[in-house]
Design a binder for this molecule. Structure first.
Ligand SMILES: [Zn+2]
Length: 57
């Protein structure tokens, strides 16, 4: 995934994948955790286009 520096600066940063996943699970929308190539920490994204995400029915 491409990450622009601007996005990285604005987004919340998580030290671990576990921490990011916990936040993602508690959110109202489907979020994906990904490791940032710029800061090497974790961000969440709501962009799930092209990714297979099981949606709750
Ligand atoms: Zn970043």
């Amino acid at each position: 995934m491409q990450t622009s520096p601007g996005i990285c600066q604005r987004k919340r940063r998580y030290e671990t994948r576990e921490e990011a996943d916990a936040v993602a699970l508690s959110a109202d929308v489907i979020l994906r955790t990904y490791k940032c190539a710029l800061c090497h920490k974790f961000h969440l994204t709501s962009r799930t286009k092209g990714l297979r995400v099981p949606r709750p029915t």
